[in-house]
Design a protein around this ligand. Structure first.
Ligand code: NAD
Length: 496
């Protein structure tokens, strides 16, 4: 009998008012039910938001260094529990253990960074234009923050949002993706065990349409932070805009890696394999287009296909396995459809292109590592996010054409270039339209202390990670202190 997990509201573990639950299934073995989780509704969101609003009254007054110390303890607890939490994550979403350990590590890194931020949260002091007057800026918390997260980085992404929000003095209500509620609950447990006061963090599980919408629309929620698809992000962003709520949107990607003819080809192959098939291609930063110089395209494509074919696919809990399942049947369907689209558009599937259904694969949602060649820039396979282990190879005649192809998409998250020419590397850093550019490294591998996010349909101008997250989860207050004992009028009195 699978364990039933409850919502965290006001420091209590409680069942949803709806009385309903949903099952969290292991995508590598469908008969393995990871747990039953609360299928919450608007009433549960209301209770959680009210608990957060109540807790805000005291949390905002807790000195930021003290808030940071709780995050530090949470980071230490995550370190102690890393292996268990990584195993839970592999079981609920499939990616291999080495990667889920990395996902937990990202939350640990974030806790360490944000703990230190408790002793920074710097504002500015600046001269006043008037005599005997003092001017400064201070960072204030925003209030109750609502967070909606996807399943592909089920602890890392919630940690980017929660830990930044908490250190700034906000209280939070988070709704994790239905495929991965356990990892968010594990993160919340570490924070509670580290001493986070009741109501400061609330977790409400359930459907996006019901719980997500209620959270965005709740009048006591002052800011929304969303990570997920561009399609849902647009809905969330429009709803938040109508309510004048600040809203951070981190969305899809169609990330390009450029391989020039002078590149270290073996290095580029290592990067392509990791970038395209890490997390089974289900990263927002996944390498999904490889733009290769014509002079090396044939050799590169053949070698990439051979290495993709040799990848060991299976249950991510097996340490030998290099690529786990996709998260659910819908993702398999999407990957299958895009391979059909690619064929119809005239591209060639060099390897893969189908679900894996034989033997042990029949128990889960597996898809073969797929390389598509002969892809042209305007094909749908080159323009739309697949979010599966399907990588397209496009040929180019030189650097300028490569940049043009790379930029000719609606997204702008991550990019990479492999070259030994320092001039081209610097031009790529300048000219690639994306929030992130790697040189001689794949499109994946962000570190928590640098801003993370993208341009165009990937994001709406905000950033996660490091100081970018602090910017979103705090609001500036300008403070003037007049110690002249007389009325002084800015812009009017010149001062003496
Ligand atoms: P999704 O958009 O389907 O869901 C994201 C979250 O939104 C989930 O918690 C979901 O329940 C919720 N949701 C769904 N409908 C909603 C609604 N109407 N109102 C409010 N919330 C709603 O995305 P997903 O399938 O979970 O994740 C994959 C997507 O996330 C990909 O497009 C990927 O590129 C993107 N992603 C982006 C980043 C980034 O930082 N840019 C990081 C990871 C994933």
């Amino acid at each position: 009998m699978a364990k039933t997990y409850l919502n965290l509201i006001g420091g209590q573990l409680v069942a949803a008012r709806t009385g309903k639950t949903f099952s969290n299934i292991n995508p590598a073995r469908r008969e393995d039910v990871v747990g039953e989780f609360q299928a919450s509704g608007a009433e549960d969101v209301d209770l959680a938001v009210k608990a957060a609003a109540e807790a805000f009254k005291t949390w905002r007054l807790t000195p930021a260094p003290r808030r940071g110390e709780i995050l530090l303890r949470a980071g230490q607890l995550l370190q102690e529990r890393k292996e268990q939490y990584a195993r839970d994550m592999t079981r609920e979403m499939g990616k291999v253990l080495v990667e889920t350990r990395g996902d937990v590590q990202e939350a640990i890194d974030c806790a360490l960074y944000m703990a230190g931020e408790g002793r920074r949260l710097f504002g500015h002091t600046t001269p006043s234009e008037l005599q005997n007057k003092f001017a400064m800026t201070v960072r204030m918390p925003v209030g109750v923050c609502g967070m909606i997260t996807p399943w592909n980085f089920p602890m890392a992404i919630p940690s980017w949002k929660l830990l930044a929000a908490l250190v700034c003095g906000n209280t939070c209500v988070i709704k994790p993706a239905n495929d991965t509620p356990l990892s968010t609950i594990n993160l919340a447990q570490a924070l509670v065990d580290a001493g986070l006061p009741a109501g400061v963090l609330n977790v409400v599980t359930g459907s996006g349409a019901k719980v997500g919408t209620a959270l965005v629309e709740h009048p006591l929620v002052r800011a929304i932070s969303f990570t997920g698809s561009s399609e849902v992000g647009r809905t969330v962003g429009q709803a938040a805009a109508g309510l004048y709520k600040p809203c951070s949107l981190e969305m899809g990607g169609k990330n390009a890696m450029i391989v020039m003819d002078d590149a270290n080809l073996d290095l580029a192959l290592d990067g392509a394999l990791w970038g395209a098939f890490g997390t089974t291609g289900q990263r927002c930063t996944a390498t999904s287009r490889i733009i290769v110089h014509r002079a090396v395209a044939k050799e590169f494509t053949e070698k990439l296909a051979a290495r993709a074919r040799a990848l060991k696919v299976g249950d991510g809990l097996d340490e030998q396995v290099q690529m786990g399942p996709q998260v659910n049947a819908a993702q398999i369907e999407t990957s299958t459809q895009y391979c059909t689209i690619a064929r119809e558009e005239g591209a060639q599937i060099v390897t893969g292109g189908h679900a894996l259904t034989e033997g042990a694969f029949a128990q889960g949602h597996f898809f073969a590592a797929t390389v598509v060649a002969g892809v042209k820039p305007k094909m749908r396979i080159a323009q739309e996010e697949v979010f599966g282990p399907v990588v397209s190879v496009l040929e180019c005649g030189g650097f300028d054409e490569a940049i043009e192809i790379a930029n000719d998409i609606p997204y702008g998250l991550s990019t990479a270039i492999y070259t030994r020419n320092v001039n081209l590397a610097f031009r790529a850093m300048r000219d690639l339209e994306a929030g992130i550019t790697y040189v001689n490294a794949p499109t994946i591998g962000a570190e928590v202390h640098l801003p993370f996010g993208g341009v165009k349909q990937t994001g709406n101008g905000h950033r996660e990670g490091g100081i970018g997250a602090i910017e979103f989860f705090s609001t500036w207050k300008s403070v003037y202190v007049d110690y002249s004992d007389k009325l002084q009028r800015a812009q009017i009195d010149t001062g003496e």
